[in-house]
Design a protein around this ligand. Structure first.
Ligand SMILES: NC(=O)c1ccc[n+]([C@@H]2O[C@H](COP(=O)([O-])OP(=O)(O)OC[C@H]3O[C@@H](n4cnc5c(N)ncnc54)[C@H](OP(=O)(O)O)[C@@H]3O)[C@@H](O)[C@H]2O)c1
Length: 287
């Protein structure tokens, strides 16, 4: 364990779902947090400032801005958001973050990765992360890789259009009885905070993260039991869905029909036994 005293962790994607939770968990644990955003004047940035984070402008397309934002930070929570159909953007931005971290001497990177690890699948947002991980390893960066499986937030966050995506298209492509490994973003962030607190234990580790395994059919039943009704389904033809979100999600869900994601809940639960099941997470949404 190390002392957080006076040490700063820079967080990429701080105004987003994952980064936002990471900021909150790190502040609770006593770290100084530098929340990075392209829009420091936004409402989300103001909310982070109100929590006690320092908000700093940084753009993953602008390496100089990253170097300035990482200066004198001890750690970096590293993540990139995929741009549908443009795998090269996520890789380029990941390279920029890695090179800036290397130049500024970041002492611990926790990387918000995803998916199935080292096997290339043709799913762009998973393959990009394999490449970004390789870049960070080639630079010899002190790295902990978190590989969350499906976010529980997919079930309810309107930004994911769950009534069409999760409850209508996903079961059609993967099969309603396909086992899905789930974890909440809240618990991914709790695990990130534990990793930063104990670099000796976590640097060098690659952690597939799942807290519960439930098929989409089972998840839908749990949803009904907790919420008192089934989630509504909003049918949409595939070509229209892909017009909105690109082809990558559909490719991922078709892949899951014939392949398994990592269904092992032990790595997450050994680190963070309180990680929520699908039921506990849904109950939290109504409490
Ligand atoms: N959905 C799942 O089940 C799942 C599971 C595992 C992993 N993942 C991975 O999770 C990631 C998405 O995480 P999320 O949901 O937390 O993302 P999100 O909520 O969409 O947030 C994206 C963040 O990225 C920042 N950003 C975008 N472009 C940027 C740029 N050029 N420079 C600096 N910051 C930039 C945005 O900040 P500003 O706009 O404020 O600059 C925003 O805070 C993806 O990589 C995905 O593959 C998803």
């Amino acid at each position: 364990m190390i002392s957080t005293n006076g040490r700063t962790i820079a967080v990429l994607g701080a105004t987003g779902r994952q980064g936002g939770q990471v900021v909150r968990h790190l502040l609770e644990k006593g770290w100084k947090v530098r929340a990075l955003t392209r829009k420091p004047e936004s409402k989300k940035a103001a909310a982070l400032k109100a929590l006690g984070a320092e908000v700093v402008r940084a753009d993953l397309e602008d390496k100089a801005s990253l170097e300035a934002a990482f200066e004198h930070a001890y750690g970096l929570y590293n993540m990139q958001a995929p741009v549908p159909g443009k795998i090269e953007v996520e890789i380029r931005q990941g390279r920029n973050a890695a090179e800036a971290a290397n130049k500024t001497g970041i002492r611990h990177l926790v990387y918000g990765s995803a998916g199935i690890g080292n096997q290339e699948t043709g799913i762009e947002q998973w393959d990009a992360k394999i490449e970004v991980t390789r870049i960070m390893k080639d630079l010899g960066l002190p790295l902990t890789t978190l590989r969350p499986m499906a976010f529980m937030e997919l079930m309810t966050d309107p930004a994911y259009f769950p009534n069409t995506s999760v409850w209508y298209i996903w079961p059609r492509l993967s099969g309603p009885d396909r086992q899905i490994a789930w974890i909440s973003i809240h618990d991914v962030a709790a695990i990130a905070a534990k990793a930063f607190a104990d670099p000796d234990e976590y640097i060098g580790r690659d952690l597939p993260l799942a807290a519960d395994v439930q098929s989409l059919e089972e998840t839908r039943e749990i949803y009904r039991e907790v919420m008192g009704k089934y989630p509504s389904r909003f049918p949409m033809p595939m070509f229209l869905f892909e017009t909105f979100v690109g082809k990558d999600l559909g490719n991922m869900w078709r892949w899951l029909r014939t392949h398994h994601m990592d269904l092992d809940t032990r790595p997450a639960l050994e680190i963070h036994p309180q990680a929520m099941t699908v039921r506990a997470w849904l109950e939290r949404q109504v409490s």
